[in-house]
Design a binder for this molecule. Structure first.
Ligand code: TXA
Ligand code: MG
Length: 365
């Protein structure tokens, strides 16, 4: 298949070129498009064959549901069975943005995107290109991240092209995704509020928004899922979350330590023990790199700030870049949980995770 690239101009003056792409989606085509979190692989949610094609292209198991993308809270609400003050509060605070809300789906909502579950996840992307595409379609786009299952999500056009060239008819390219990690996923089902995947919106922001609206998060049993929780669940709610993913080809290792000195010793220990790998690569802060003098191996650095924005923004790009450098092992600095830190550590732990992988199931995301 010939893959056409459509470049959206910075001043957005050629957004109307998305209309023919929407018409191709009406015919069942699957299209890669940018959002502010990561690039998505989208189809009309109501065309079963088109949605199934997403699963095929990604190599994603059919039991792992897709989320839908809409353009306003009012439209989003129509896909759910009920709408209440919690849903109202969270969507008012975080939509549009990197926030996905899972609730029971409306009885008449028929889509293979939900993979047979009675719940559905929706979000409103904060991106003009995604909005224009939804507008031209006049309905929701079902879209997972545009990576091939198990790989890091693409956050720019060339990373999307790396995974999808020859597999989809169109890739729409705009700026690199602003956030660089996928949305925060919150499930509000059966009176329980659970944060299933940390992302661009932090648990603290969610708690604060609820409190501001006079809702005590503890009354909703607000819970943040950890890796251990996933391991304990016999039937995971989000099947895709249980296995190793976001992973480059190289082995990923976390550089542990509470401060730069500890992290430096951690690296040196592995070098001294000969366990640093045949061709190690590093993804570390500028500060840590300054202390790692005479390092002969590839290093990508980020400017670390309290909210860890840059570290998170470039994480997936760095995985792919160090793979292209043919690194055998990638050593990545751990960060604290401030700002985007929790989402960063979640992706990093899963990329580094060896034990959780169930080979009979393959990678899931
Ligand atoms: O930022 C994002 O969320 C990106 C962009 C493209 O919007 N999308 C994305 O989709 O990351 P995906 O499919 O790669 O990750 C969505 C996750 C999967 O782990 C899936 O299992 C889970 O959400 N999920 C979807 N619907 C669900 C549901 N009804 N119940 C539980 N988990 C669900
Ligand atoms: Mg994904």
């Amino acid at each position: 298949m010939n893959t056409k690239l459509l470049y959206i101009k910075e001043d957005l003056s050629n957004l109307d070129e998305l209309e023919p792409i929407a018409r191709a989606m009406d015919k069942g085509q699957v299209v890669c498009f940018p959002t502010e979190t990561v690039y998505g692989l989208g189809a009309r949610y109501d065309l079963d064959e088109a949605v199934k094609e997403i699963f095929r292209v990604k190599g994603r198991p059919q039991d792992n549901p897709l989320i839908l993308h809409e353009s306003s809270v009012e439209r989003m609400a129509a896909y759910y069975k009920d709408w209440d003050k919690v849903a109202e509060t969270l969507t008012a605070a975080f939509c549009p943005g990197p926030f996905t809300l899972i609730m029971e789906k409306a009885d008449d909502l028929k889509t293979v995107a939900s993979a047979g579950l009675n719940t559905i996840g929706l979000r409103i992307p904060d991106h003009p290109v995604a909005h224009a595409l939804i507008k031209y379609l006049g309905r929701a786009i079902a879209a997972p991240s545009a990576n091939i299952s198990g790989r890091p999500s693409p956050t720019n056009g060339s990373d999307a092209y790396e995974d999808l060239a020859g597999k989809v008819p169109y890739i729409v390219v705009a700026d690199p995704s602003r956030v660089g990690l996928e949305s925060t996923i919150v499930s509000w089902v059966g009176g329980k509020l659970e944060l299933l995947r940390p992302g661009g919106i932090s648990a603290k922001q969610i708690g604060d928004a609820l409190i501001k609206a006079g809702i005590d998060p503890l009354d909703l049993g607000f819970k943040v899922f950890s890796m251990e929780d996933y391991e304990k669940e016999s039937k995971p709610r989000a099947p895709g979350m249980k296995y190793r993913h976001y992973a480059p080809r190289a082995n990923v290792h976390i550089i542990k330590g509470d401060n730069l000195e500890d992290k430096l010793s951690y690296i040196k220990e592995h070098i001294d023990q000969g366990s640093i790998g045949l061709k190690p690569g590093f993804y570390i802060s500028i500060e840590l790199n300054k202390r790692l003098s005479d390092n002969p191996w590839p290093v990508l650095t980020f400017e670390d700030t309290a909210d860890h924005h840059a570290g998170s923004h470039y994480l997936f790009t760095a995985f792919r870049e160090l793979d292209r450098e043919a690194c055998s092992d990638i050593w990545v600095e751990n960060l604290d949980f401030n700002g985007l830190g929790q989402a960063y550590m979640n992706r990093l732990e899963k990329a580094a995770c060896k034990t959780l992988r169930d080979p009979s199931q393959g990678p899931h995301l």
